[in-house]
Design a protein around this ligand. Structure first.
Ligand code: TRP
Ligand code: MN
Length: 451
């Protein structure tokens, strides 16, 4: 199909996978009209700034840390879940910044991560077949005909939840909570008691001492705004194109369209078909765009996606997120790295060590092994070393809460332990102490690479 004029709705002429069938087209249209009249959630200048940060990552001068829930849930709004995830991202960032002496770009899978791709359109239980649960922006998880029917009103709820979450995140990032002088305050109680918690407290002591030393030398911390705040960006999978289209805004100052639902949007492994609706939508917006790549991705697919999504080779525009599986990364990743490198492309390369490593426990839970997650991260770094490319970042599913969803780690969580606090709306997440443990282990890898 020839590439033609783009508009926020030109995706509608393409085949759109993974979108729900709404029973009432009029109700959907009314909601879309309402959404398109609401304020943007983010400002176009922030998109430009994130791309500048990602451009630095692509040059090997910074590191990307992207993390959050697999799927956010409408029931989990409130200060606690958002704040606890944010504080763990801060802790991970500080560990990595300290270890690699390299700026860390912080991006949450948050404030809009509500839609999920599914392998089957329907689910059957006890002889009853209903639409699959596709995330809170579409329907509810409860297995009843009423709740499983896609409801367009949920698009408005997703918008208001995103706005409230983003508002809290902006306050946390800019309002004093993220100040490096408060690094001790970020550790949750259950993490403090773990070995990683103790290791973090030691690092926090060193940061305190460094700050006190610099201040004793006459450095005026009050005049250094970068000590007191962080830049924090949001991202989610651009799956629900009706929602993304309705939140597309035009930036008059540069005559460009941008997705106003988050700073960065990504394409899933299942919706990245070059002629499909999702690629069509994303090619026309100004945001940073991620692309998930599984072990079946061929070099020619990746190069075609780069040409379509980034014809002008714009620095910081593309983040390629490899999710290969710990046993496949060594074979599957290098050919992609070399093809992209030889095409003269310098996207950010990011490792998602979660989605290729999902298994079912002996007692029926969808889980992931901490050791395999770490193995994939190691394999990612090794592949880059081999190809002379830069391993630019990590993409995690995590939460700040004390859940029991992934096996292993210093807590040595086993199958029996999973039942205790298994709360995810979708895939298993690292809990607060597992996330911090991983950050320390990745920091060791980064440090050894620097030597
Ligand atoms: N602003 C700097 C940064 O974002 C330093 C900083 C302040 C920081 N608070 C932080 C770093 C919390 C990591 C975590 O890098
Ligand atoms: Mn997931």
């Amino acid at each position: 199909m020839a590439v033609q004029h783009w508009s926020p709705s030109s995706w509608r002429e393409r085949k759109a996978l993974q979108l729900p069938a709404y029973p009432d087209a009029g109700a959907l249209q009314a909601v879309e009209g309402r959404l398109s009249s609401l304020p943007p959630l983010i400002f176009p200048g922030e998109i430009t700034q994130l791309k500048a940060r990602l451009a630095a990552v692509s040059r090997g001068e910074a590191f990307l840390l992207q993390g959050g829930d697999c799927a956010e849930s409408f029931d989990e709004l409130g200060q606690m879940p958002v704040e606890s995830t944010f504080r763990v991202i801060l802790q991970m960032a500080v560990v990595l910044t300290y270890a690699a002496s390299c700026p860390v770009i912080k991006v949450g899978r948050i404030a809009g991560q509500f839609a999920k791709p599914r392998s089957s359109d329907t689910e059957t239980a006890q002889g009853v077949t209903l639409p699959s649960y596709r995330g809170d922006i579409i329907n509810g998880a409860e297995f009843s005909a009423d709740v499983r029917t896609p409801d367009p009103q949920r698009l408005l709820t997703a918008y208001s939840h995103s706005a409230a979450t983003l508002n809290l995140l902006r306050a946390l990032a800019q309002g004093g909570f993220a100040d490096l002088h408060r690094v001790h305050g970020w550790t949750a109680d259950f993490v403090r008691r773990s070995p990683q918690g103790e290791r973090f407290e030691e690092l926090a002591d060193r940061i305190d001492q460094s700050l006190a030393f610099m201040e004793a030398c006459g450095f005026d911390a009050a005049k250094a705004p970068q000590l007191h705040a962080v830049e924090f960006y949001t991202s989610h999978e651009a799956l629900h194109l009706h929602y993304e289209e309705a939140l597309t805004r035009h930036d008059e100052s540069c005559d460009r369209s941008y997705g106003a639902s988050a700073h960065m949007l990504w394409l899933g492994e299942r919706t990245r078909g070059i002629e499909g609706a999702h690629v069509e939508y994303l090619r026309g917006i100004d945001n940073a765009v991620g692309v998930k790549l599984g072990p079946a991705a061929r070099p020619e697919d990746v190069l075609a996606l780069l040409d379509r999504l980034d014809p002008n080779h714009e620095p910081g525009r593309i983040v390629l997120i490899a999710r290969m599986g710990s046993d496949k990364v060594a074979d599957a990743l290098p050919p992609l790295l070399s093809a992209v490198r030889d095409a003269g492309r310098t996207p950010v390369w990011c490792c998602d060590p979660m989605h290729g490593n999902t298994v079912t426990s002996s007692n029926g839970y969808k889980t992931r092994d901490f050791g395999r997650i770490l193995d994939e991260v190691r394999g990612f770094f090794a592949a880059h070393r081999q190809e002379g490319t830069y391993p630019g970042g990590l993409h995690f599913e995590m939460t700040g809460q004390d859940v029991t969803e992934c096996r292993g780690g210093a807590q040595a969580l086993g199958d029996e332990g999973l039942a205790e606090r298994y709360r995810t709306a979708c895939d298993p997440r690292l809990n607060g102490s597992q996330s911090l443990e991983l950050a320390f282990l990745v920091a060791d890898v980064l440090r050894s690479r620097g030597r």
